[in-house]
Every structure is written in structure tokens, then in C-alpha cells.
Design a protein around this ligand. Structure first.
Ligand code: AMP
Length: 112
């Protein structure tokens, strides 16, 4: 999508601090970190959110989870939280599927 911030980051048109990239996805540091480690994992293909995952694009979503597992392992992150906000009430601000990976501090439950 031409006006999508994360499509532009995925394409390298907007700079980001990438920690991982392949043909299907990339991971980069959140610009406003909510924990000592705060990464975002996004597909290169535009998908609006978890609510837009279908049988046709599910392999990309699964790939993101596989990469969350392997990249956190490579970075030595043993305990972390994965969050994906969907829609306004859940505070989704960028309408391109992304998984937040938060680590490096004690987390509370339930999330606010
Ligand atoms: P959400 O509010 O769940 O949609 O998450 C969007 C996330 O994108 C927020 O945590 C923002 O801080 C983050 N963000 C927005 N713009 C950028 C950017 N240019 N580079 C990195 N992270 C960003």
C-alpha cells in the first residue's frame, strides 16, 4: 500500500533499525520503546492486522512467528511478550500487521 508507513519501512523507503530481514518479513526497533527491548515484526506484504489473516496469507503470519522464535533466540532473549493490537479500541495505530516483542523488564498482567 503506497501510503502505509510499515510498507515503506519494509521497502527501505523510510529508515529503521532493522535487526532481521528476509524475503517475507523484517524486524526492527520500535521508535517509542515500551521496554528495554521493543521490536516489531512485520510482513513485507500488506496485511491490515491479525483480523485480516486468511487461509491464503496464513503462511506469512506463521513465518512471522517462526522468526520471532529464532530471532529472539539469536539475540539471547529468553522471556518476552508478544502483542498485536487490532482496531481502535485495542490502540492499533499502524494498520499493517505487526507483532510487538517486548522484553527486558518485569511485565504486569492483565495488560492495560
Ligand atoms: P500499534 O500502536 O500497536 O499499531 O503499534 C505501532 C507501533 O509502531 C508503535 O509502538 C509505534 O511506536 C511504532 N512506530 C511508529 N512509527 C515508527 C517508525 N517510524 N519506526 C519504528 N516504529 C514506529
Amino acid at each position: 500500500m503506497s501510503d502505509c508507513l510499515f510498507c515503506k519501512i519494509a521497502a527501505g523507503e523510510i529508515p529503521s533499525s532493522k535487526v532481521y530481514e528476509d524475503e517475507l518479513c523484517c524486524a526492527f526497533a520500535d521508535i517509542a520503546p515500551q521496554a528495554p527491548t521493543h521490536l516489531l515484526f512485520i510482513p513485507k506484504e500488506h496485511i491490515d492486522s491479525v483480523a485480516a489473516i486468511t487461509p491464503e496469507n496464513a503462511s506469512v503470519a506463521a513465518h512471522l512467528l517462526v522468526k520471532i522464535a529464532s530471532v529472539t533466540k539469536e539475540l539471547g532473549i529468553e522471556s518476552f511478550r508478544v502483542v498485536s493490537n487490532i482496531g481502535e479500541q485495542a490502540q492499533q495505530s499502524v494498520k499493517h500487521l505487526h507483532f510487538h516483542v517486548l522484553a527486558g523488564r518485569d511485565m504486569t498482567w492483565p495488560p492495560g
